[in-house]
Design a protein around this ligand. Structure first.
Ligand code: ZN
Length: 189
């Protein structure tokens, strides 16, 4: 958990940022988190019984998605694939690299952190557009504050409460503290 003044991908500002990559850099921790998510998913037998693929948004979701697919594969004995979406030059979320989904696929969308669910919904649209079914969403950290975000079951390893503000209402901006986009060194102002 980093402290400072952050611009989140949602466009909101925050004084804390959960940098999941710092946890996931340890493969044993990533695996343990994936097992914990699997145990959460276990409440939803429908997901575990049907899932054929995990799809995550690049870059943040890739490592955890891979680990979740591995655990699902081990526990179900089925060939659960791990795919990821990425943005094209126009900023549109797409499947590249020859990744394909079909109407035979039941997809668990996996993220590291879910806040507004915006990027998750973009991944869901890619999956639906490919004719596959989204059976659920899973993540390491649910930062939504309990907001209902999706029309499919949503499971998280843990819920994390972090205060966020619209930029115009951000007290850190009001103090003139430089805002930083997490994961980069770039200062925004
Ligand atoms: Zn701010």
């Amino acid at each position: 958990m980093l402290e400072g003044h952050f611009l989140l991908s949602s466009g909101l500002h925050s004084d804390r940022y959960l940098q999941c990559a710092l946890m996931l850099q340890h493969p044993d921790v990533a695996e343990r988190l994936a097992v914990l998510l699997y145990q959460e998913l276990g409440r939803d037998r429908d997901i575990v019984n049907r899932v054929t693929a995990v799809v995550s948004p690049a870059i943040g979701g890739i490592v955890f998605g891979q680990e979740v697919a591995r655990v699902l594969r081990t526990m179900t004995g089925r060939d659960v694939r791990a795919l990821f979406t990425e943005r094209d030059d126009a900023g549109t979320m797409v499947l590249r690299r020859g990744f394909t989904l079909s109407s035979d696929d039941a997809v668990l969308v996996v993220e590291d952190v879910v806040t507004t669910g915006k990027s998750t919904r973009e991944v869901m649209a890619v999956v639906s557009g490919a004719g596959a079914a989204v059976v659920g969403v899973g993540c390491v950290a649910d930062r939504s504050g309990g907001m209902p975000l999706f029309e499919v079951p949503f499971h998280a390893v843990t819920a994390v409460a972090i205060r966020t503000w619209q930029p115009a209402e951000c007290p850190l901006c009001a103090q003139g503290i430089p805002c930083v986009k997490p994961g980069s060194r770039k200062q925004l102002r």
